[in-house]
Design a protein around this ligand. Structure first.
Ligand code: NAI
Length: 243
């Protein structure tokens, strides 16, 4: 498949986990794929540019560099995110601000910088990484769930704002996915094997979601076969939500 031939895609958080799998898949399907990340080391054919989604100047410079080097921008995957644990009492205000700054405001910053370029593309699409945490009522994830609920709402609002400009905006809502992020969580658990088994059992299909499965959903929402789809959030969660 070369559905992204001639198109340029940026993936924030594209150097690890879901973002890396997405950048690789878009490149395999013909895109020039650029990982925007705090640590942008990626292997060819991917390109990496350093960007911090909490820093407006950094985001603007990175998007400008993409357009200068590759001539256009068609697809934005807003995927960079950080986690937070605990109930609503667990995190002080500055932690709420930090997590919301990365997970929500970061997406707005990237969109702000990218929209003037996306408006020139006949294939413009934005895909945001939400989470099943926004829907499932997970314990000990108050701040993280709130941030991802905001991502889902932002997706719908942006879809409404930009549909008549020909820019589609959708999101994916992964269940627990097998990425370095979850690896770090497991490593910090008292019994990583039992913790992994508990995470697997939480999903009706009995295993973690793979980063490639999420990437496949992102690529669908970024590509021409979803040309009539905007304002949706696609669950990739083994049936965790809705069964
Ligand atoms: P990961 O930790 O493997 O990768 C995240 C990437 O984002 C890293 O490369 C990191 O450097 C980058 N990043 C973090 N802060 C950044 C910033 N300020 N600016 C630019 N880049 C930054 O994580 P994973 O698991 O691949 O998660 C990716 C997205 O998927 C996140 O938005 C996360 O909330 C979401 N997600 C993950 C799930 C999981 O179980 N792994 C489940 C549901 C959603």
């Amino acid at each position: 498949m070369s559905e992204f031939e001639g198109l340029v895609a940026v993936v924030t958080g594209g150097a690890s986990g879901i973002g890396l799998a997405t950048a690789r898949l878009l490149a395999a399907r013909g895109a020039t794929a650029v990982a925007l990340d705090l640590d942008p080391r990626v292997d060819p054919p991917l390109h990496g540019i350093r960007a911090d989604v909490t820093d407006d100047g950094s985001v603007r410079a990175a998007i400008d560099e993409v357009v200068e080097r590759f001539g256009r921008l068609d697809v934005v995957v807003n995927n960079a995110g950080v986690g937070a644990q605990g109930d609503v009492t667990a995190n002080p205000d500055d932690e709420w601000s930090r997590v919301l700054d990365v997970n929500v405001v970061g997406m707005a910053r990237v969109a702000r910088a990218a929209l003037p370029h996306l408006r020139k593309s006949p294939s413009a699409a934005i895909v945001n990484t939400g989470s099943i945490a926004a829907w499932a009522g997970l314990p000990q994830r108050a701040l993280y769930s709130a941030s991802k609920g905001a991502v889902h709402a932002l997706t719908l609002a942006m879809a409404a704002d930009h549909v008549r400009e020909g820019i589609r905006v959708n999101a994916v809502a992964p269940g627990t996915a097998d990425t370095p992020w979850v690896g770090r969580l497991l490593d910090s658990a008292p019994d990583p094997v039992a913790e992994r088994a508990a995470l697997e059992a939480r999903q009706p299909h009995g295993r973690l979601v793979s980063a490639d499965e999420v990437a496949g959903a992102v690529a669908y929402l970024a590509g021409p076969l979803s040309g009539s789809t905007t304002g949706t959030v696609l669950a990739v969660d083994g049936g965790m939500h809705g069964l």
